[in-house]
Design a protein around this ligand. Structure first.
Ligand code: PLP
Length: 444
């Protein structure tokens, strides 16, 4: 056994070593080609090996790579913050830069609590979230995550923030059917608020489209309008976690735009740097900043690498590249083609229970019995097997397991870079179909 090395996700597993990437393709050191059908972890939005980014990186690194946020600001960080403010909905004009999505949601939690403290309201310290959700792996972010599998080991340290049913129509946690349900999942927030007390709740956090915990679970029409109305009525802030859905992934710059809602706080990560550097952000509205400005004037959070100039220059260039190549429009257009192709696949394979999502955030849910929508037992590892077969055949897709019962539910995400072409979708689908065929042969 090796005496040193990287701690890998599965300790003794062997992972291919990647030598380089170009566009949607990755190449390992044995010369095998993979289609990056999940943009890594829904991150490599502009594809791999983009020279403009490498050039911007080099230029900035030669100029100034690091300054500490409490001593100096930098032109790339200021420019990026202004750019994000010009793109974001509503009055989300202020950005706190961090290094990962987990730090972004954790900062959102702290800012929400601080907003009320600055006004002398000290009881509003809880953040309400939904089951079937993922907001990050650090303890505050995990406290907000409604993901039983990921919480289990650390439950003694976590807050019980998940309190509301997910808007997951395919497996409605409230056993109702849309539209006859009257948006019972939205009303479940009202129930939770009555139980916990609005005076104890600072914010409600949600992924506009549930990613890793459910596989592109998309709420029914009217849901977010209801949520926003309930939160506003109870003086509860809304936090849109756009770490996965933001930066064009769903065919709009931010997924909340699909429903026309303006959150009080919005988190970004993943596609913001498209994977070229670790960078994430918490965007905060005028209303919140004005209160803090009149109070302590200090947002009580921060990291050594916050607002790093090198990372900021990279993210700025990523946005320029997206605009130049109209990648949000491409995500919308190619997303429709991908969705249609996946629906065709669904007709062929009865274990595909649902195809869902928006833009290039697409989910496939596998079920053991189509009419009753019963999931496979977790021990069958059906989703995992499909992912492994795809990997063997040269296509990377992403797991979104445990959405149905917390432990059961085999969904996968298909989320290629936003640069994908129609031919590349065809290429990707051929490998997916070949892998489905192998999966079915193994199941019988
Ligand atoms: N929020 C959402 C919606 C995510 O999907 C993720 C990661 O998958 C996170 C937060 C955490 O981001 P990170 O892995 O960068 O800490």
């Amino acid at each position: 056994m090796d005496k040193s090395g990287i701690i890998k996700p599965v300790l003794d597993a062997s992972y291919p070593m990647i030598s380089h990437g170009k566009g949607i393709y990755l190449y390992d050191t044995d010369g095998k080609r993979y289609i990056d059908g999940s943009s890594g972890a829904i991150t490599a939005n502009i594809g791999h090996g983009v020279e403009e980014i490498a050039d911007a990186m080099e230029k900035q690194a030669k100029q100034i790579a690091f300054v500490y946020r409490s001593h100096f600001t930098s032109a790339p960080a200021e420019r990026l913050a202004n750019k994000l403010a010009s793109l974001a909905p509503g009055n989300l004009n202020w950005t706190f830069f961090v290094n990962s999505g987990s730090e972004a949601t954790e900062t959102a939690l702290k800012v929400a609590i601080q907003y009320f403290q600055e006004q002398g309201i000290r009881t509003k310290t809880k953040i309400i979230s939904r089951w079937t959700s993922y907001h990050g792996i650090t303890l505050g972010a995990l406290s907000m995550s409604g993901h039983a599998l990921r919480r289990e080991r650390f439950s003694a340290l976590l807050e019980d923030f998940p309190a509301v049913a997910a808007p997951y129509c395919y497996h409605c946690p409230l056993k109702k059917t849309y539209p006859g349900c009257g948006l019972a999942c939205g009303n479940d927030l009202e129930r939770a608020i009555q139980e916990i007390g609005a005076e104890n709740i600072a914010a409600f956090i949600f992924e506009p489209i549930v990613g890793a915990a459910g596989g592109a679970v998309t709420p029914p029409p009217g849901y977010y309008e209801k949520i926003k109305e309930i939160c506003d009525r109870h003086n509860i802030l809304t936090i849109a976690d756009e770490v996965m859905t933001g930066m064009g992934r769903t065919g709009k710059m931010f997924a909340v735009e699909h429903w026309g809602i303006e959150p009080d706080i919005m988190t970004l990560g993943k596609g913001m740097s498209a994977g070229y550097t670790p960078m994430a952000a918490t965007m905060v509205s005028d209303r919140i900043i004005n209160v803090i400005r009149k109070g302590s004037k200090i947002v009580m959070s921060g990291h050594t690498f916050s607002a790093n100039p090198l990372s900021a220059a990279v993210c700025g260039e990523v946005i320029d590249y997206m605009e130049k190549h109209e990648l949000v429009r491409n995500a919308e257009e190619q997303g429709k083609k991908l969705m249609a192709s996946l629906q065709d696949l669904q007709k062929k394979y009865p274990i595909i229970g649902e195809v869902r999502g928006k833009g290039l955030l697409c989910g496939l849910e596998l079920v053991s019995d189509l009419p009753t929508r019963v999931p496979f037992s977790a021990t069958h590892r059906v989703g995992e097997t499909l992912i492994s077969l795809c990997f063997k055949n040269g296509l990377v897709i992403y797991p979104a397991f445990g959405g149905v019962t917390g432990f059961e539910g085999d969904s996968v995400l298909i989320s290629p870079p936003l640069t994908i072409t129609s031919f590349q979708i065809y290429e990707m689908l051929r490998i997916l179909e070949e892998s489905m065929e192998e999966l079915m042969n193994g199941l019988v």
